[in-house]
Design a protein around this ligand. Structure first.
Ligand code: NDP
Length: 523
């Protein structure tokens, strides 16, 4: 019997051990030999379908290098995928919950065996360092293992509690919604892509998965594993394509029952708006699950262990170049310790090694030209909104390689209302804000429209308890980094403009993709 209590998160690989570094480098070679240059077609109704046009993945750390290609879905492909998924749903919804869960568990087992290959592919396709790629693949395995086990609590009639009533049998049935579309970002192209489709699938829905344009290879790799694990034809349709074309078509389509989206605030709000419009022939109100951006803050007060705070700030800000929705992009320090904290933070960040993912640099290139241009504009703006204490340039090449390189950047004495303190930059750029005292720091932390992650470094118990209730974020951390949520341990999702707080990797996440039916029989 599958039980969620038996779930344990994957341990991470220790890259201080030379043999693990050597194994990673061997995986990079294997991926170069076997996967680089590969083409992933669409998968519709179990068949591989190619298209005239293609999408190309480029190594962001060396833009001369093409990593591979995927097909590029057309509207007709999306139409066929949607129709095929509804046909597949008729059978898939009748499978026993444990039979569906078993496919996820088998996929987890395959991914465990191919863990380093998946990591190495992401190093090349999106520029992840070894540890960043490894924690992501661990998270992907965790999603499969956790959702497979969590699904069992929705399996039986009567699983949801009802009150006894004389002369009747009453109970509730959890039923899948139907066919949905899952649209994912490039920054966690393995874990989020996989988690967002595995959850609706395991409870009996069919899914059309559209990965981000920049990360189609790792998505194709993961889909192959799910098919190898036994997912029947049509249950998962793989549809790489352009968000504003096939994504828009699917999110607006009257036969789309639900949408699960992780990405930017702008696109998420647009999807929310178009999905709310009822079209001719539409029988339902679409369910929309949104996980959006952040402007995440770490507060350091005068009672904190400053060494620990600086470590937390450095890890939270520059891990994967600040390209995490959970990344610290605001450091809020109370005046009394401002200089000590900021000086130490700048020195720690100055020591970070910039370079390629393959070299396992601490800070690599940002994902694409659009990001590079956007961050460059914020760097220019930052020069007027504060004092550049570190970095401030986007050289566009490093160590003789052309790539989307941005220097780790720290801008001091930024005002809370400044644009670089309010808007998501999504790069290795930190705004440091000076607070008068603890209360001022908390007010500054809550002064954006986002509410994803946040942290407090303090040894004052009353302040921590106040933050527990009043810091407006979905994921709050004390005296540690604010990134790296673990499936089942720290269910993840944000408040306000950061999303619908659906808590991926949490005990109720699967309920987003189910509907309840209360059934009564009079004896
Ligand atoms: P985008 O919003 O640009 O893209 C996300 C996905 O939406 C992509 O697959 C994209 O396709 C697609 N898309 C774009 N336009 C449309 C449209 N009109 N209709 C339907 N789909 C569309 O985000 P990024 O990929 O740049 O990801 C970074 C963002 O994701 C950041 O804001 C980050 O904070 C957020 N994020 C949030 C997380 C959370 O849990 N809250 C976790 C991870 C990231 P295409 O690639 O073709 O443009």
């Amino acid at each position: 019997m599958l039980k969620v209590q038996d779930y344990r998160p994957q341990p991470f690989i220790d890259f201080t051990q030379p043999e693990n570094v050597a194994a990673y480098q061997a995986a990079l070679q294997k991926v170069r030999a076997e996967l680089v240059g590969k083409h992933y077609p669409l998968i519709i109704n179990g068949e591989r379908v190619d298209t005239e046009e293609k999408l190309t993945s480029v190594n962001p750390c060396n833009t001369c290098e093409v990593i591979g290609t995927t097909a590029k879905a057309t509207i007709e492909d999306a139409q066929r995928a949607l129709e095929g998924a509804w046909e597949a749903f008729e059978t898939w919804k009748t499978w026993d919950m444990d039979a569906r869960a078993r496919i996820l568990l088998k996929a987890a087992a395959i991914l465990k065996r191919r863990r380093l290959e998946a990591c190495a592919l992401m190093t090349l396709e999106v520029g992840k360092s070894y540890a960043e790629a490894d924690v992501e693949v661990a998270e992907a395995i965790d999603f499969l293992e956790y959702y497979a086990r969590s699904a069992m609590k929705y399996a039986d009639f009567g699983a949801a509690e009802t009150t006894w009533f004389e002369g009747e049998e009453n109970g509730m049935l959890y039923l899948p919604l139907g066919v949905g579309v899952s649209i994912s970002p490039w920054n966690f192209p393995c874990a989020i892509f996989l988690g967002m489709l595995a959850a609706p699938l395991v409870v009996g829905n069919c899914v059309i998965a559209k990965p981000a344009e920049d990360s189609g290879m790792i998505a194709g790799f993961v889909v192959d594993i799910l098919l190898e694990a036994g997912l029947p034809a049509g249950v998962l349709q793989f549809l790489p394509g352009i968000g504003s074309e096939v994504g828009e078509y699917l999110t607006t389509h009257p036969r789309t029952r639900f949408i699960t989206f992780t990405g930017s605030r702008a696109v998420g709000l647009h999807i929310n708006e178009v999905a709310a419009k009822t079209l001719k022939g539409q029988k339902w109100i679409k369910k929309v699950v949104l996980e959006l951006g952040g402007k995440d803050a770490l507060i350091v007060d005068e009672t904190a262990d400053l060494e620990n705070a600086v470590t937390a700030a450095t890890q939270s800000a520059f891990g994967f170049n600040g390209q995490k929705c959970s990344a610290m992009s605001r450091l809020i320090v109370v005046d009394e310790v401002y200089d000590a904290v900021v000086n130490a933070f700048v020195e720690r960040a100055r020591a970070l090694k910039v370079g390629t993912g393959e070299e396992n640099a601490n800070v690599t290139a940002v994902v694409n030209e659009e990001s590079f241009e956007k961050i460059s504009q914020y760097l220019a703006l930052g020069k007027n909104e504060g004092e550049v204490l570190l970095g401030g340039e986007a050289p566009g090449e490093w160590g003789g390689k052309k790539g989307y390189y941005v220097q780790p950047t720290i801008i001091g004495d930024v005002k809370p209302e400044a644009r670089i303190a309010q808007e998501e930059i999504f790069g290795p750029v930190v705004a440091v804000l000076r607070a008068r005292d603890w209360q001022d720091a908390l007010a500054i932390a809550n002064s954006t429209e986002y509410g994803l992650t946040g942290g407090v470094c303090s040894n004052d118990r009353e302040r921590l308890e106040q933050a527990r209730n009043e810091f407006e974020v979905g994921n709050l951390y004390f005296n540690r980094k604010i990134t790296g949520a673990i499936v089942g341990v720290q269910p993840f999702g944000g408040y306000n403009m950061s999303g619908t707080d659906s808590k991926a990797g949490g005990p109720d996440y699967l309920a987003n993709f189910l509907q309840l039916k209360a059934v009564t029989e009079r004896w």
